[in-house]
Design a protein around this ligand. Sequence first.
Ligand code: SAH
Length: 346
Amino acid sequence: MKTNLRDLTYGELEELIISLGEPRFRAKQIFSWLYRGVASFDEMTNIPKSLKCRLLEDYSVSLITIEEKYVSRLDETRKYLLKLDDGNYIESVLMKYHHGYTVCVSSQVGCRMGCAFCASTIGGRIRNLTPSEIIGQVMAAEKDIGERISNIVMMGIGEPFDNFDNVMKFLENVSHPDGLNIGHRHITVSTCGLADKIRELAHRAPQITLSISLHAANNETRSQIMPVNRKYSIEALLDACRYYIENTNRRVSFEYTLIAGVNDNTAAASKLYNLLKGMLCHVNLIPVNAVSETGFEKADKAQVEAFRAYLEKHGISATIRREMGSDINAACGQLRRNRLQTNNNK
Ligand code: SAH
């Protein structure tokens, strides 16, 4: 298959153009066209035909298409099932907040991290997404609503740091002034805890908001529900977070999914407090979304509120994640999963 031109960074595109004996400014022109949403070389009206033919031999500029779309009646959240060129499916979610639109994007087809509560990991990892497929999700959402996206969260299907190089390229192109021009301060990357990459991120993209899926405050429970913890313990993970904070001065977010009877009691809240005290951080509490295959259930409302109150009382800022798009199954991984099951039953 041809390489999508959006897989190249600005610098790489410049090198390519120069290697073809063309003037450097052509790279700027082409790069701008790419992120204005052209889906064919024909649409690049100020580029000579000879150059377009040359590029067409090895490169494509195709965009990913929305296969299915669900719009929430409750809060206008939009959930997309997207089809990739090779027939694989991914998901993204568009949420409307008072400050603008946020899109939640996927980073891999499937996931190999094996978290016990998560729908995305059930069939394992099929492959990494390319930079163009990651940015293509943002472009598809912008096209669908006809408005600019202001914020991006990488909390869809996949583990971004298990696809580190492509995610770094995506971050470069999405923030480039001739790209989508969305600054790193408006982007959150969420990881299940690949500590080495957290340290690397501190130098590669220090303006990003880092979000850590913690979900348990002791190693025994965390290793049970998140196998990655057997490689990077809570201590190793938090050391990397402290390193990130020291080097970037940025507040880290911790996601903590409350699962009934697993990690939702006051003893767990107290452990969490002990781990995080003194850190520049914020805790997001998420009542777990029931996924039929996992058997986990939501902690009850009073328990979630008590957990939050405990943290706040001890000086750790904590909020309960507002559920969005609850009428359209907006938790990531479930649409793709349903589609794969339907296809298998055919
Ligand atoms: N792999 C990355 C990003 C994708 S998951 C990560 O682990 O952070 C995005 C968030 O959704 C993570 O915090 C993940 O733990 C959480 N999540 C996954 N399944 C969930 C479920 N059933 N209910 C609530 N949150 C879930």
